[in-house]
Design a protein around this ligand. Structure first.
Ligand code: AVJ
Length: 325
């Protein structure tokens, strides 16, 4: 039993590494060079992201927390008695705790879904102590792919999807539509979706949020190269690459890149990658939406807009939708 578990774990790790390797090699051999943003989040990257959320320039996390706290009662009103709350990419469940507190007596279950099984299992133990009346049913899954809800969540009176943090902004618009369609299929009839999304705003505020004075976002971006060096036998010299982040107004997205400061060759997993001076690796898109652009996207795949909550500066929004029947 124990041996089987260990073997599976090792296999999973190897499977993840080779997917990482395949994605990195494909992206670095493409024009323009790119690496998917989901690979930022190894242990060091997750810690750096936590530090980003506390930076004075990085407003999204604080804004969303403020909206959640101020409107917890209204937002909880979206939740029917006996419903199951399903969080996509739950991580530490910090934001869901606000909803759990506001709707504790109504919620039958909380289903945190995350690709990092270790994190949610650990978090689940704490949630069970803090919310003894709510069934805590963690699911380890990739939220972009179809997955099955636990039977108790399926049997609940209704299901409420929760996708905070403007994580939807990391998807290309067509992928975001795909995610919303997948969420509709997973949640099924009688479901509601509550999404936190960063709003389109002036370039100055956006550029500052992704170019903090302390350089933590630069470290977060460069950590991707450290991860490639460690896990894929990369030979990136970190001082020969520079963090670039800017708001692309036409495409409503903040782009992050790593720019090579010189012409050079780098080895990754036995492959040789050539860089021109100034050539970049595109590491992240963070799409910004308006209330209307998100609701148009959602409507397109069957979600009807119900309510919107925003902060006084109109920096961030929490939007709720109902599945059309
Ligand atoms: C976690 C994807 C919402 O796009 O703002 C923060 C990630 N990147 N600083 C974002 C991020 C650079 C963040 N999301």
């Amino acid at each position: 039993m124990v041996a089987a578990v260990v073997t599976r774990k090792r296999f999973q790790q190897r499977a993840e590494t080779s997917e990482f390797e395949a994605d990195v090699l494909e992206g670095l051999n493409a024009i323009p060079k790119h690496v998917p943003a989901k690979y930022f989040y190894d242990a060091a990257g997750s810690r750096l992201f936590e530090r980003i959320t506390e930076l004075p320039e990085y407003y999204p996390t604080r804004c969303e927390m403020r909206i959640l706290l101020r409107h917890a009662v209204d937002i909880a009103n979206m939740i029917r008695s006996g419903a199951a709350l399903v969080e996509f990419g739950s991580g530490s469940s910090r934001k869901a705790r606000i909803l759990l507190k506001a709707a504790a007596t109504k919620l039958a279950a909380y289903v945190p879904v995350d690709i990092c099984g270790e994190m949610i299992e650990q978090e689940a133990a704490e949630l069970r102590t803090d919310f003894p009346q709510v069934k805590i049913l963690p699911v380890t899954a990739d939220i972009c792919k179809p997955f099955k809800l636990p039977a108790e969540a399926k049997a609940a009176a209704a299901r409420v999807g929760f996708f905070p943090g403007s994580t939807i902004g990391n998807f290309e618009p067509h992928e975001a539509a795909g995610f919303l369609r997948n969420a509709a299929n997973i949640l099924g009839r009688e479901s509601t979706l509550i999404i936190g999304v960063d709003l389109i705003k002036s370039s100055d505020i956006l550029n500052a949020a992704y170019n903090d004075a302390e350089g933590v976002t630069a470290q977060f971006n460069l950590n991707l190269l450290t991860r490639i060096n460690h896990e894929l036998g990369g030979t990136f010299q970190l001082d020969t690459f520079e963090h670039h982040a800017f708001y692309n107004r036409e495409r409503h997205r903040v782009e992050m890149h790593l720019a090579s400061l010189k012409r050079q060759k780098v080895k990754v997993a036995g492959d040789t990658i050539e860089f021109r001076a100034g050539e970049t690796i595109h590491t992240e898109n963070s799409y910004k939406y308006s209330i209307e652009s998100l609701s148009a996207l959602a409507r397109g795949v069957g979600w009807l807009p119900v309510a919107v909550w925003i902060d006084s500066r109109k920096y961030f929004s929490i939007q709720s939708f109902k599945l059309a029947v």
